[in-house]
Design a protein around this ligand. Structure first.
Ligand SMILES: [Zn+2]
Length: 380
């Protein structure tokens, strides 16, 4: 960096002022002060000239300049002692002159120092070797949520499900009403979310089930989709819950789709995901958009159902929610429930990733701490 224009201007003004001051003082004092003091005045005059004419070249000479005029044993210090030989009425002027010398040395050194820095920078720039090998880039790794998500999606793709992706900013109808959760439905309390400031109708989706509504209203059966994506809830962030997470939703609608089809599909998924010896069990549950509904558990893949922290010593781990699509949901989306039936399921990805990699705090998945994420490089 070169010294700024302001700095250079200031330096010139100070320099001119100091020159005038010192000439005037010397002329005025020459006739009035004793011989001893005159020597001291002459010495300062010589030093001022030396400071003005000094042209140190290179860092070493600049440092010598600094040591001579500004170092702890600088040449101006002993001259200060001479003030005792100056008549009282001249002491002030003598002190001023020494200060002038000191200030001019400081200003000159500052300019020299900046010139040095600028020269060093341009020298460095001139020596860039364009043929030198570049700095190696750190290899990234996949995020544990992405690894788990890809694994789930690829399992369902093998049996004919296609990926459907949709918007994260959703309207009330697709997120709630079409999914059989009209206003004032108690299930809405469990899924409080973030609304747009200018419209209570537009919100951040609380589940990927909204994709079901989007697909069913725009496509004709047969429908066989898998919908991965990010969802939001107005939750207090803790080790177990977060205001954002990921889900995978599955939907299969065709003529004659039965509960047995659902069970077999999910059994296939469980064995592909957690190992060929995995067993499943379905527990009755409630979701507004499926009837009947169930929670699916898999036999604990950490302890082989012997009992551990992950399965809370029950031997079973809850994996997903599922059920037959409620006929009212089909009607809401313009599909005749007398002709078509189907099943749907949904699961949280973070929960599965935390179990697969024994991660104990969900917040680690969203903090982007590379020390944490690098551990998954080998999981690709
Ligand atoms: Zn276990």
């Amino acid at each position: 960096m070169y010294p700024s224009l302001h700095f250079m201007k200031l330096y010139k003004i100070c320099y001119t002022f100091a020159q005038r001051l010192e000439k005037g003082l010397l002329a005025a004092l020459a006739d009035k002060i004793p011989c001893m003091s005159l020597d001291a005045f002459q010495q300062i005059q010589h030093l001022l000239e030396e400071i003005e004419q000094a042209q140190p070249q290179g860092a070493e000479e600049v440092e010598q300049f600094r040591l001579r005029f500004l170092g702890t044993k600088n040449i101006l210090k002993p001259l200060m002692g001479e003030i005792r030989n100056v008549p009282n009425e001249q002491k002030r002027e003598f002190g001023q002159l020494i200060n002038t010398a000191k200030e001019r040395a400081e200003l000159k050194y500052e300019v020299l120092r900046r010139d040095q820095e600028a020269a060093a920078e341009s020298a460095q720039a001139a020596h860039i070797d364009l043929t030198a090998p570049g700095e190696p880039l750190d290899l990234g790794s996949r995020h544990p949520v992405a690894i788990t998500l890809n694994r789930i999606v690829s399992i369902f793709e093998r049996i004919g499900f296609v990926v459907a992706e949709e918007r994260e900013i959703e309207d009330d109808w697709h997120n709630f009403t079409a999914m059989n959760t009209p206003e004032d439905h108690p299930a809405r309390d469990m899924q409080d979310t973030y609304y747009m400031r200018n419209s209570a109708e537009i919100l951040l989706r609380t589940h990927t089930s909204s994709v079901q509504a989007r697909v069913m209203t725009s496509q004709k059966p047969p429908i066989r989709i898998i919908a991965p994506g990010r969802v939001y809830r107005n939750e207090t962030i803790s080790a177990r819950s977060h205001c954002q997470f990921h889900q995978v939703e599955g939907l299969y609608i065709d003529k004659g789709v039965s509960f047995a089809d659902m069970k077999q599909t999910l059994y296939y998924f469980a064995r592909e995901m957690y190992g060929p010896d995995t067993r499943i069990r379905l527990r009755p549950s409630f979701f507004p958009f499926t009837e009947p509904s169930a929670e699916m558990d898999v036999s604990c893949f950490i302890c082989n159902s012997k009992g551990c922290n992950v399965c809370k010593y029950s031997g079973w781990v809850e994996i997903l929610g599922c059920g037959m699509v409620d006929p009212q949901v089909l009607l809401n989306c313009g599909i005749d429930p007398e002709v078509y039936s189907g099943f749907a399921f949904g699961m949280g990805i973070e929960r599965q990733a935390m179990m697969l990699y024994t991660i104990t705090d969900i917040r680690l998945l969203f903090e982007n701490d590379t020390r944490f994420l690098k551990q998954f490089g080998a999981a690709l």
